[in-house]
Design a protein around this ligand. Structure first.
Ligand SMILES: CC(C)(COP(=O)(O)OP(=O)(O)OC[C@H]1O[C@@H](n2cnc3c(N)ncnc32)[C@H](O)[C@@H]1OP(=O)(O)O)[C@@H](O)C(=O)NCCC(=O)NCCS
Length: 160
């Protein structure tokens, strides 16, 4: 599966559509995002944060060049907060596993621990993260919904 770092507005707009299809599973901001909102975000925030290594999005394509999903990494307290999204019609076909595996490889190269906040009701995401080695470290309730935090320590952390 091919992927590339989002560094152009056209790619950011593809991400917008994918992300709106995943919005209800997002734990930080679950509203729909409009075109102008995404354009503003891309020029005023994303480009700067991407260049600074604070936030980045990778767009994933199938062999027929269809955009099937994305993965995002946000640097926070020395950890990389991870989130993934697969377009509805492509779910359950191994793309989520491929996306998260690629993000894990990136985190290993950068020697950083990965963390994921997941709604307790999001069985697909919990299964995906657990099957790739993440472990639940805490739970909390926000807006009457249980949120679980999962962690994957990379080899670098085990070395120290
Ligand atoms: C979560 C998500 C990224 C998973 O992607 P996917 O392509 O559907 O998942 P995969 O087909 O790669 O399956 C990954 C693993 O999860 C398991 N799984 C997938 N869907 C599942 C479900 N609904 N219930 C239980 N397990 C499930 C699979 O069996 C698979 O395990 P395996 O690889 O060990 O056999 C995708 O469902 C999605 O985009 N959901 C909406 C957005 C979201 O929830 N993002 C995460 C926010 S924290």
């Amino acid at each position: 599966m091919k992927y590339r770092l989002v560094t152009s507005l056209p790619d950011a707009l593809i991400v917008r559509k994918l992300r709106n299809g995943c919005a209800k599973f997002m734990t930080n901001y679950s509203a729909q995002i409009g075109v102008w909102q995404q354009i503003r975000w891309y020029w005023k925030k994303y480009r700067r944060e991407q260049r600074a290594g604070i936030f980045r999005v990778y767009l994933f394509w199938d062999e027929k060049q269809n955009p099937v999903g994305y993965g995002a990494l946000q640097l926070h307290d020395d950890q990389l907060l991870v989130t993934e999204c697969v377009k509805g019609i492509w779910r359950g076909r191994g793309y989520g596993r491929a996306i998260l595996s690629a993000l894990i490889q990136i985190a290993q190269v950068e020697r950083r621990t990965l963390a994921a906040d997941i709604f307790a009701t999001n069985q697909a995401s919990i299964a995906l993260h657990e099957h790739l080695g993440f472990q639940m470290v805490s739970t909390r309730v926000e807006n009457n919904r249980e949120l679980r935090t999962y962690i994957l320590a990379t080899n670098a952390d085990r070395d120290t």
